[in-house]
Design a protein around this ligand. Structure first.
Ligand code: GAL
Length: 743
């Protein structure tokens, strides 16, 4: 058969999407795998209807991993060819698929997303599946019923055709245009912004001319604060770049939209994005001690804690009342040693520089529970994926020490991709060439006052196909202890092949108990992070099995669908959060992310990122930064260094916020704090800016509240009965309410 060109490519998310044939409805599904399911002759009458755009777990296939097929019968009218300016190719948009897929049209193979190999089990879950086919391709049946069959493989956690864009459309001339918005916004001060936009052509055949319109809008007031229309000509070899400069009246949320109208067809392509705005005030030069006010350690385990203090360096640190066995380095603020006797030790920290002195009361609890407040750190996965290396880890550590450690950040965690292909002759796990010496890497991090985390699976293989700990659990725990590891993320992955097909509660717990016992034999405080995507309602038994945290969901990505789907569904596990044992809604997706060697700016808008950090702090979630920290921009730093916001996450009461209001896409989550006050997050899940009014009595809050805006670190006044605020699309206002001072 003649080979026809099929291209699989990714559309940048900000583009407006047009479709000629709607394929969002009418899909059918069957779990399992059979080659006959691609055939148009196959009778799928008894298959179950399924929605695309959400995972199959929520549609009657809870905990199902493995193969599943989606089928859709659809007529493709030839009129769409006639309407199009270009009559060359047709595009099938099949959304995002978790994890790999093959696409068949009328029983004939069109293409697959299967990673490096042709193995559908290696597919990448977070990319839009868009397949291009020539209009003369005999696999398309014009004006007749076509059968689209999608074979999906899910290796664990959520599965299916879960998000993105669905449609069949003619590839038209504007599809060759890209509005490249990847340059960063530049600020001369908070009110003057500029950015270079580039119009690009991906076509060798066509040159373009038309008009580019740029509008900056205040979405709350519905007013345009900037508008410009520019003539633009460009071709593949000659992109058109334009730098716009706008004045922003206030330090708040604005959106900018770009639209290019092509002169031949008058068709337009558009994109829009939020403009970053920084709310976190700069840290003062005088000392301030940040971080939690409590720390857990087990008797006789090596102790490492760096007093986190902002303010001009050099700084002199002290800790009065340390238990026997601990000492503080007065130049670095790093406390080391070992506590032998169980007990609660009240300590007074101080940090002094030429502008002043700060003190803070701190409790060291020597007992059985560690990780009393959620971990604050970095993990390699959301940026580097399997391309993590010793060099990249060290660069992250350096950035953490320079920019974040003063705010309490301290874990540097290596995710999948560090393991060698084979164990050594003694059966011990060894790192691959990218990590020349794990022990010296641990020593290096510890020397900086940081801690080091590692990743494995209870199965024979990790999710990335590297060696897991199956049948080597004690040996691996010992190796981690010898290296100096402080954190273990333990990911179910191929343990799915070991566990029974329909695991019982006992089966879910088993591999985590085995590793728990192994870690207990090691004389180090190693935080134990369960990663099994919430199976068997892990939040109900994670603490009892000895987990310090447990993932409650499948993998996150940097889209609003993923972030909001995960974040706002955390009320179910919320009651189970407690000191030493926390729900983990997955790692942070702010900054430059990529899950592999090439990175991009997070696709979340600035307001979505404020929502992300605010919600995760309210939930008492471990905060694991997932971006390249050697490229931290000012906006991302502002998200990660607000000590009043981080204090909500690190509150020693260890409770999770609960959702107490949910109407018209406005949600209110409140969290009880150790000092008797409440953290209150008011979220706008609408696509437009909205005014939210909360009634204190409806939310069972005290009738009068003194409120503080935590991102701005400003008191906003005393309110009686109600509070209202305009909240940007997908944005938040994060407050601390103090009933005691309300007058
Ligand atoms: C996934 C896990 C991710 C990452 C990845 C590594 O299952 O949820 O967070 O660890 O495996 O292969």
């Amino acid at each position: 058969m003649q080979k026809l060109l099929v291209v699989f490519f990714l559309f940048f998310s900000v583009f407006v999407f047009s479709q000629d044939v709607n394929i969002t409805n009418g899909w059918k599904f069957r779990a399992g795998d059979s080659s006959s399911w691609s055939s148009p002759k196959y009778n799928d009458n008894d298959w179950s209807p399924i929605k695309v755009g959400s995972v199959w777990e929520t549609q009657g296939y809870a905990n199902y991993d493995g193969f599943g097929w989606y089928r859709l019968h659809v007529v493709i009218p030839s009129s769409i060819k006639e309407k199009a300016f270009l009559k060359e190719k047709i595009r099938f948009d099949l959304g995002m698929i978790d994890d790999g897929d093959e696409f068949y049209l009328n029983g004939l193979f069109i293409g697959r997303n299967a990673g490096k190999n042709t193995d559908v089990k290696q597919g990448e879950y977070d990319v839009q599946r868009s397949y291009l086919v020539s209009i003369n391709d005999p696999r398309i049946l014009w004006d007749k019923e076509n059968v689209i069959a999608v074979r999906v493989y899910d290796h664990g956690g959520d599965g299916g055709m879960y998000a993105g864009k669905y449609g069949i459309s003619m590839m038209d001339i504007v599809d060759y245009i890209r509005i490249n918005t990847t340059n960063d916004f530049e600020f001369s001060d908070t009110k003057h912004v500029s950015k270079k936009i580039i119009l690009e052509s991906t076509s060798d055949k066509y040159d373009f001319s038309g008009r580019l319109q740029i509008i900056v809008e205040d979405p709350a007031a519905h007013t345009e604060v900037f508008k410009q229309l520019i003539s633009a000509d460009f071709a593949k070899a000659k992109p058109f770049g334009y730098t716009f400069k706008a004045n922003l009246p206030d330090n708040k949320s604005y959106t900018v939209s770009y639209s290019f109208q092509e002169s031949r067809t008058n068709k337009a392509i558009s994109a829009s994005e939020g403009i970053p705005y920084i709310l976190t005030p700069k840290a003062a030069v005088s000392p301030k001690i940040n971080g939690a006010n409590v720390y857990g350690v087990r008797p006789n385990a090596p102790f490492l804690y760096k007093i986190p203090a902002t303010g001009e360096k050099p700084m002199n640190y002290d800790a009065i009342g340390l238990p026997a066995g601990l000492k503080v380095d007065k130049q670095t603020g790093v406390i080391t040693g070992m506590v032998t006797a169980k007990g609660n030790y009240k300590v007074k920290f101080s940090a002094k520089n030429k502008s002043g002195i700060a003190t803070k009361n701190f409790t060291i609890i020597c007992g059985d529970v560690i990780g009393l407040t959620p971990a604050l750190g970095w993990n390699s996965w959301n940026c580097w994926g399997l391309s993590v290396s010793d060099e990249k880890v060290k660069a992250s550590a350096k950035a953490m020490v320079e920019k974040l450690a003063d705010h309490g950040w301290n874990y540097i965690n290596i995710d999948d991709g560090w393991e060698a292909e084979k164990r050594n002759d003694n059966g011990e796990i060894v790192p691959n060439k990218k990590f020349p010496d794990m022990r010296s890497l641990c020593d290096y991090l510890h020397g900086l006052g940081l801690k080091m985390g590692i990743y494995s699976s209870p199965g024979p293989k990790t999710c990335g196909g590297y060696l897991g700990s199956y049948q080597h659990e004690e040996q691996d725990a010992k190796t981690y202890g010898d290296w100096g590891i402080d954190y273990l993320k333990y990911d179910w992955c191929s343990y799915g092949d070991i566990a029974p097909k329909q695991p019982s509660l006992h089966d879910y717990k088993k591999p985590y108990k085995v590793m728990r016992d192994a870690l207990n034999k090691v004389n180090r405080d190693i935080l134990f992070s369960f990663c099994q995507y919430g199976m068997g309602d892990v939040w109900k038994w994670g603490a009892e099995v000895g987990g310090n945290s447990w993932r409650t969901t499948g993998d996150i990505n940097d889209s609003w669908g993923s972030l909001s789907g995960i974040g706002f569904s955390q009320d179910v596990p919320a009651p189970y959060a407690q000191p030493g044992h926390f729900n983990d809604p997955d790692m942070l997706v702010v900054g430059k992310v990529g899950w592999g060697p090439s990175l991009h700016n997070t696709k979340l808008s600035p307001d979505e990122q404020y929502t992300h950090i605010s919600l995760w702090c309210l939930l008492s979630a471990p905060l694991l930064i997932g971006c390249d920290m050697s490229q931290l921009d000012d906006f991302t730093l502002n998200l990660l260094t607000n000590d009043e916001v981080l204090a909500i996450d690190q509150d020693a009461l260890g409770k999770s916020a609960r959702k107490i209001f949910d109407k018209e896409n406005i949600q209110v989550w409140t969290k009880d704090l150790q000092d008797g006050k409440k953290a209150i997050g008011i979220f706008n899940l609408n696509d437009k800016s909205a005014k939210a009014t909360i009634s204190f009595s409806e939310l069972k809050l005290p009738a009068q509240l003194m409120l503080r805006d935590l991102w701005r670190q400003q008191n906003i006044g005393s309110f009686k009965n109600t509070f209202s605020a305009a909240i940007p699309a997908h944005g938040v206002i994060l407050l601390k309410g103090n009933p005691a001072t309300a007058k």
